[in-house]
Ligand binder design. Structure first.
Ligand code: ZN
Length: 134
């Protein structure tokens, strides 16, 4: 399952980062989750709780920070957020979460109506910060 491989990747990257810094144990990991990624945070957490056993991250607290998606219009430079867009149709939201690229089919710049925009934030998942003990 997608969430489990993500949990594995998060664990692996945090352990590697901790090793680079010569830490013996991880105590806290802050993970940023992009809104467009549509990840089930609870499943990733559950995966991590299982996978971290026996690793240096066994007692680490994984904290998830949701990053809201925002876009910038290439035509008029307007910047707006996904939550400002009226997405009443649930199936549209689901499509966006399933394939972030599809966002261009459903969303237009609210100011000038152009479909030509870039995703500024809210895509992907990354580790923002780790803390540990030497
Ligand atoms: Zn525009």
């Amino acid at each position: 399952m997608h969430e489990w491989s993500l949990a594995e990747a998060v664990l692996k990257s945090s352990v590697e980062e901790a090793q680079k810094r010569d830490l013996k144990r991880l105590t806290e990991v802050k993970v940023v989750l992009g809104e467009l990624q549509g990840i089930e945070e609870e499943i990733v957490k559950f995966g991590l709780d299982n996978l971290k056993k026996g690793t240096m991250a066994e007692n680490a607290n994984f904290i998830f920070i949701k990053e809201h998606a925002s876009f910038q219009c290439r035509n008029c430079q307007n910047i707006w957020e996904l939550r400002e867009v009226d997405l009443n149709d649930y199936s549209i939201q689901e499509s966006i979460h399933f394939v972030p690229e599809v966002v261009h089919s459903f969303i237009r710049c609210p100011k000038c109506g152009s479909p030509d925009f870039e995703v500024v934030r809210g895509r992907g998942i990354y580790i923002k910060e780790i803390s540990g003990e030497d």
